[in-house]
Design a protein around this ligand. Structure first.
Ligand code: SF4
Length: 394
């Protein structure tokens, strides 16, 4: 593993592309409603004509294109603005980071106003110049529940639907239910409180600090578990005449994106924070996509590895694929190129951190947790998966 320092608190975007081993990264935020066919084609053309031809889906529901030169990254920015995929003002563009339940408007069990609330929240954030000092990583969410239950999506501040209205989730703290306008105002007020704080700019792991931030914004909250609920990945047939297409490691060639543009017609394509896509159910089968939610490739996560990142020493996706059949249903294995854990920042049943052909292993945690077994080779890992994941399942 490289000893290069981790860059924390900064997130590449369209106006601040990041240099990686394989060139500049360009990140595009889809609109709240999803991408129309013209936008999907434009993104595919950018990736194939100016990047390395690969499109990555991120765990914030964004799209990341790789392998750009500095000039072609600028061109990508201009193109994205022209086709409604970005705001021309970089400060406003950062405030477009509103993640929405990907089945909103389709799943009858998802709150019917989810998209409308997300639009109102985004409009309020865009209009609020006081939020300019929020860090680039700061993000918002609107969680309407349903098949993908409330708390399935995560962000710094989340409006979550309940029986009595919308509450605001901020780290581990949740406010009482509010009406729509109050809830949007509350998110704006909490965002502003974070923006003007000198130090803690995002919800802290310490619930007492978060509660104090809420109090400064004139709100009260109570502690709620941050453990995400268990739910099936949206792959295969879905409500609202939708189908979820699994994408191995959230990476697909531009040619597959062209295929999706043809299939969606007048409809929208949505990217989920689980790095797959939701399409109309008339979409034809295609070998690049996984339609079966029990496919073992959906149980493994891995970052771009040595082909795209200076910190990696190996092709971690190849390792993950080799181990996929050793991961039982219901479990997740994350193979990370380094301790940064880009592909799966949360916990997994087993997390491997690659180090020059060997692996440190964390059981039931993330790359930054205490290592359970250090410096193991692949046969050791197979034995651990067989023993430990059986235990987790039991
Ligand atoms: S997790 Fe992977 S992609 Fe992220 S910094 Fe480490 S090696 Fe690079």
């Amino acid at each position: 593993m490289s000893d290069a320092p981790l860059v924390r608190g900064w997130c590449p975007d369209l106006f601040a592309p990041m240099q990686a081993r394989d060139g500049f990264l360009v990140r595009i935020r889809p609109p709240i409603e999803g991408l129309d066919a013209g936008q999907v084609q434009t993104i595919a053309a950018l990736a194939s004509d100016h990047g390395n031809g690969t499109i990555e889906l991120t765990n914030r529901g964004n799209l990341q294109l790789r392998g750009f030169s500095r000039d072609s990254a600028r061109l990508a920015g201009r193109t994205a603005i022209e086709c409604g995929l970005a705001d021309p003002d970089p400060a406003r563009e950062r405030k477009r980071a509103v993640l929405v339940s990907p089945l909103a408007g389709y799943d009858p069990a998802c709150h019917p106003d989810t998209i409308a609330v997300a639009r109102k929240l985004q409009a309020a954030l865009l209009a609020d110049d006081r939020l300019a000092s929020l860090p680039g990583k700061f993000g918002w969410g609107v969680d309407g529940g349903g098949l993908l239950p409330v708390r399935a999506i995560s962000a710094d501040l989340v409006l979550q639907a309940g029986q009595d209205g919308w509450s605001v989730r901020c780290g581990e703290v949740v406010t009482e239910a509010l009406n729509e306008a109050q809830a949007v105002n509350a998110v704006q007020a909490i965002s502003f409180t974070f923006a003007r704080q000198p130090e803690v700019k995002r919800p802290a792991h310490d619930a007492n600090i978060t509660k104090k931030v809420l109090e400064k914004a004139g709100l009260q909250g109570c502690l709620q578990s941050t453990m995400p609920p268990t739910f099936a990945l949206p792959v295969g047939k879905l409500p609202g005449h939708r189908v979820g297409l699994g994408v191995p490691f959230g990476r697909l060639p531009a040619s597959d994106f062209y295929f999706l543009a043809k299939q969606q017609g007048e409809d929208r394509l949505r990217v989920t924070p689980w790095r797959n896509v939701i399409m109309p159910d008339k979409t034809m089968d295609h070998p690049g996509f996984i339609m079966d939610a029990t496919d073992p490739r959906l149980r493994v996560e891995a970052c771009v590895g040595v082909s795209g990142c200076e910190r990696a020493t190996e092709d971690v996706a190849e390792t993950a694929l080799a181990l996929a059949s050793d991961v039982p249903p219901g479990c997740v294995l994350h193979v990370s190129g380094c301790v940064k854990g880009c592909a799966h920042p949360g916990g997994a049943d087993m997390t491997l951190i690659a180090r020059n052909g060997r692996y440190d292993v964390v059981r039931n945690g993330c790359t930054k947790d205490i290592i359970s077994w250090g410096n193991r080779d692949l046969p050791d890992i197979r034995a651990l998966l067989s023993r430990e994941l059986k235990e987790i399942q039991a």
